[in-house]
Design a binder for this molecule. Structure first.
Ligand SMILES: Nc1ncnc2c1ncn2[C@@H]1O[C@H](COP(=O)(O)OP(=O)(O)O)[C@@H](O)[C@H]1O
Ligand SMILES: [Mg+2]
Length: 216
């Protein structure tokens, strides 16, 4: 089982939106996916109620129970666990970082998000865990100076996942209906970028697993 956590101190950067769409894309690609919602706002628990299907289960888990729950999920045959966390420096965020194979730090291409990313990155590095940044809500015209600045700033801090995620109404509509973007508008640009993102995440985590086997 591979575990992916979405963590950043900044609220509104897209943790829950990206977690839900990536979880659905992974399930469509044949993974057995389980979402752990550690945010008291319960965005993804509500999303799952709206969804009304059991293909991607969502459960609330407290930081103290996360390790045991992940072990139980692995035993049950879950292949991908996705953890959504609250904003701020929280016990939930820290537990998720400690136990995830990869922590994704979403950031919008603006100064406040980028500054928060740096604080989150410092925490993850102090725990010696693997992480990557993901630019979210980029203006659809990709070449703006703001994106270039965001890319440069995040590349300088460590790994940056690609492709960057654009700002599209599809994401908002999909979450409102309890869907992933790949279900809401399967042939749309948002769906395409999320499928690409899942592929690149899968490759990255496969490399990580190979590295761990070599080190063992
Ligand atoms: N790529 C995107 N395009 C358009 N809207 C987005 C995108 N990502 C997030 N949003 C919107 O931004 C807001 C914050 O996203 P959310 O996932 O709730 O962030 P977080 O969980 O980090 O607080 C929500 O209203 C969501 O619909
Ligand atoms: Mg959220």
């Amino acid at each position: 089982m591979r575990t992916i956590a979405f963590v950043t101190q900044k609220g509104g950067s897209g943790k829950s939106t990206l977690a839900s769409s990536i979880a659905v894309a992974a399930a469509e690609a044949g993974e057995r996916v389980f979402i752990i919602d550690m945010d008291p706002q319960q965005s993804l628990v509500k999303w799952a109620k709206e969804r009304g299907k059991t293909d991607v289960a969502v459960e609330t888990v407290s930081p103290g129970k996360l390790k045991a729950v992940l072990a139980a999920l692995e035993k049950k045959g879950v292949t991908v666990a996705v953890i959504d966390t609250p904003a701020g420096e929280t016990p939930a965020g820290e537990a998720a970082v400690r136990l995830a194979d990869l922590t994704i730090i979403p950031a919008r291409p603006n100064a406040f998000d980028l500054w928060s990313s740096e604080a989150t990155r410092r925490l993850i590095r102090s725990l010696r865990r693997d992480y990557a940044f993901l630019l979210n809500q980029c203006p659809p015209a990709q070449q703006s100076a703001r994106i270039d600045e965001g890319v440069t700033a995040l590349e300088a801090m460590g790994g940056l996942l690609s492709p960057p995620v654009s700002a599209r109404v599809d994401y908002q509509e999909a979450t409102r209906l309890g869907l992933g973007v790949t279900e809401f508008a399967p042939t749309g640009t948002a769906a395409q970028e999320i499928r690409k993102l899942w592929s690149s995440l899968r490759r990255r985590m496969a490399r990580g697993a190979a590295g761990q086997r070599r080190a063992a």
